[in-house]
Design a protein around this ligand. Structure first.
Ligand code: G3D
Ligand code: MG
Length: 185
């Protein structure tokens, strides 16, 4: 084997090995964070149990080895989120789009823990408008208005995808957007 071809093989291996990222998954309890992550990992719906503390898992998506930190969303666990911020390349914020009553709470959490969080400054944010399989689900354009994120997120790379962790709608597209952002970092 020539020196050039072994160098290019080494370079390719190194580039592949370095495509790693840590992604933080936040949102209120019951938004569907754990179900969504399981869907991305196994490509099918899997029932979940409420998360206590956090689930840390890795999954492969389009050549990326992604460490997912899926933290419990209950208000009594939110103080635990602080220890996971460091080293995150992107954040995913999952919203139960069918739970209108809790949208103000979701908006406050998004604002406090992501928009105004100096530890997560400038990282891309993927907002998942989850549970779109439910008839009462609010779709992305209205959700953006209700959450006020078109104003809040002016200086931030973000997007909102309509998804369902039940039937997989929008999940692949949302994660493709995410890894495209990672490619640009
Ligand atoms: P969390 O990790 O954000 O706390 P979970 O939320 O993933 O544990 O999900 C909470 C509940 O929402 C679960 O139902 C789960 O099956 C359901 N769920 C998650 N995603 C979707 C979705 O896209 N559509 C619908 N219809 N339901 C979803 P249970 O009944 O176990 O509480
Ligand atoms: Mg969970």
């Amino acid at each position: 084997m020539s020196a050039i071809s072994s160098f290019s093989k080494w370079l390719l291996k190194k580039l592949r090995a370095e495509k790693k990222a840590k992604i933080l998954v936040l949102g209120l309890d019951s938004a569907g964070k754990t179900t969504l992550m399981k869907y991305v990992k196994t490509r099918e719906y899997q029932p979940s149990i409420p998360t206590i503390g956090q689930n840390i898992d890795t999954l492969n998506f389009e050549g990326w080895g992604i460490t997912i930190v899926d933290v419990a969303g209950q208000s009594q666990f939110r103080f635990l989120w602080d220890i996971h911020y460091a080293g995150s390349s992107a954040a995913i914020f999952v919203i139960d789009s069918a739970d209108i009553e809790r949208l103000p709470e979701a908006r406050d959490v998004l604002k406090t823990h992501i928009f105004n969080n100096p530890h997560l400054d400038k990282i891309p944010v993927l907002i998942i408008a989850n549970k779109q399989d439910l008839p009462e689900a609010v779709q992305a354009p209205l959700l953006i208005q209700l959450l006020g994120i078109h104003i809040e997120m002016r200086d931030r790379t973000f997007t909102v995808f309509d998804c369902s962790a039940l039937n997989g709608r929008g999940v692949y597209e949302a994660f493709t957007w995410l890894v495209n952002q990672l490619e640009m970092i």
